[in-house]
Write a protein that binds this ligand. Structure first.
Ligand SMILES: Nc1ncnc2c1ncn2[C@@H]1O[C@H](COP(=O)(O)OP(=O)(O)OP(=O)(O)O)[C@@H](O)[C@H]1O
Ligand SMILES: [Mg+2]
Length: 423
């Protein structure tokens, strides 16, 4: 099928869409246009109901502008680039763009060449769609919907579970600050699930006391869907939403193994990043959650009990998910005055986990942040601890990381948008 027939199909669709409208998840889109009419066209797409959750920005400079921008900035969920290059030059220019893009980013090209051969070549190399200009806003929205909201579309969200090796090691603090760092650096929506229903601190740390939260989302008497999830979430900051813990001891919380499965799955369909703040416990649901998330971060203090537990957790997690990524390690509260400690590298070697970050102990800073219900970045924007949180956040969301304090080597995936297009 040529892209010409695809276009005409898109043009026929509006009536059907209006009836069964599917919302595009909360993705971030950046469009790089060459002409002001194209920028206007892309901007007009945001008025479509299906785009109501999308964060879209348009920029000048076309393909070259995008390459320049992403040399030093992380890439969004979707990039749209306009190019008026002749067909023969488009693939190599896109290759240069691919070199500066993160592996999870999708690309739609807006081109001026009405060329089937080019279309096929681009799709084969992993470009998600090639739209010939002039096009309608409808066509653009349909292309985005097909990519992100079609029946078989892969969930857009990356799930990252944080768990402490020992109670109080700081798993929650790291989870919340990393969620914040992801939201600020990538300008992408992040959802924090506070799974510590009786004692969780997400509400306190983000200074929120919403009436609903995670307990409502797993209540079996309610059918959870994306609309319901939207109602239960509370907004803690720009790009940060929470499902808080009820923190009430009126009842006990004896969850079944799969009680959180659905809320995690639905969250993943609508949020680009889902941070799971998992309590330090070993219940069937904790094990099941750890078996199913995309990334796991173990947070430990540098002492012997943490080391023993982290080793047990790491071994068990690796056995539980042999085909998945291995757990990552963050050592927290380094350099506590007068406390003898195991060196971070020695700790990581014994646990056989990749050391993702070392966070210094700072009673005044963390105490102030906790008491004020603020993130570390809000209390001390220039503190280098924020760089560590950012590096952890970029790693777990699969982004390239500019070297931070020599501790967080980045993921470079220079392939040309490979694997991103489902055949
Ligand atoms: N690097 C740090 N320096 C000083 N204090 C810290 C640091 N990190 C966390 N804290 C403090 O340690 C305490 C415990 O942190 P947190 O609640 O994140 O731990 P946790 O492992 O999630 O606990 P739980 O086992 O209850 O889930 C909090 O008061 C927090 O402010
Ligand atoms: Mg906790």
């Amino acid at each position: 099928m040529s892209f010409l027939s695809k276009e005409s199909k898109a043009a026929e669709e509006p009536a059907e869409i209006a009836a069964g409208a599917r919302l595009i998840p909360r993705i971030t889109i950046q469009a790089f246009c060459e002409h002001s009419q194209t920028a206007q066209l892309v901007e007009s797409a945001i008025h479509d109901r299906r785009m109501s959750k999308v964060a879209l920005t348009t920029h000048n400079g076309g393909l070259e502008g995008a390459i320049e921008t992403y040399r030093s900035n992380p890439t969004p969920n979707l990039i749209m680039v306009e190019t008026s290059l002749p067909s023969a030059e488009v693939p190599s220019a896109l290759e240069r763009l691919a070199e500066v893009c993160d592996a999870t980013t999708r690309l739609i090209v807006l081109g001026h060449a009405n060329d089937v051969v080019l279309y096929r070549e681009l799709i084969r190399s992993g470009v998600s769609e090639y739209i010939v200009l002039p096009a309608s806003a409808q066509q653009i929205v349909t292309a985005i919907t097909d990519l992100f909201a079609a029946d078989g579309a892969a969930p857009i969200g990356r799930t990252v579970g944080f768990i402490s090796a020992k109670g109080g090691a700081g798993g929650s603090t790291v989870a919340h600050n990393v969620a914040w760092a992801i939201s600020q650096t990538l300008r992408q929506d992040v959802l924090v699930l506070d799974m510590d229903l009786p004692f969780g601190t997400a509400g306190l740390n983000f200074n929120q006391d919403p009436p609903h939260g995670l307990a409502d989302a797993i209540n079996p008497s309610q059918k959870l869907d994306q609309v319901m999830l939207d109602r239960l979430m509370s907004k803690a900051a720009n790009h940060v939403s929470l499902l808080t813990a009820p923190v009430s001891l009126d009842r006990t919380y004896d969850h079944g193994e799969r009680d959180f499965e659905q809320v995690v799955e639905i969250s993943q369909k609508t949020m680009p990043a889902v941070v799971l703040d998992i309590p330090h416990a070993w219940d069937a649901w904790v094990r099941h959650t750890l078996a199913t998330v995309d990334e796991i971060v173990l947070v430990a203090e540098p002492d012997l009990a943490n080391l023993r537990n982290a080793k047990n957790l790491a071994d068990t997690i690796k056995a539980l998910r042999p085909a998945e990524t291995e757990p990552l390690l963050v050592i927290n509260k380094m350099g506590m005055p007068r406390r003898p400690e195991i060196s971070a590298n020695e700790f990581a070697t014994s646990v056989e986990c990749r050391l993702l970050g070392q966070i210094p102990f700072d009673a005044a800073l963390f105490g102030t942040a906790a008491n004020n219900g603020q993130m570390i970045a809000e209390v001390a924007a220039n503190n280098r601890i924020n760089d560590i949180y950012r590096a952890i956040g970029m790693h777990v969301t699969g982004r390239s990381v500019p070297e931070v304090s020599g501790k967080a080597p980045g993921l470079k995936l220079p392939e040309l948008f490979r694997k991103k297009k489902q055949a």
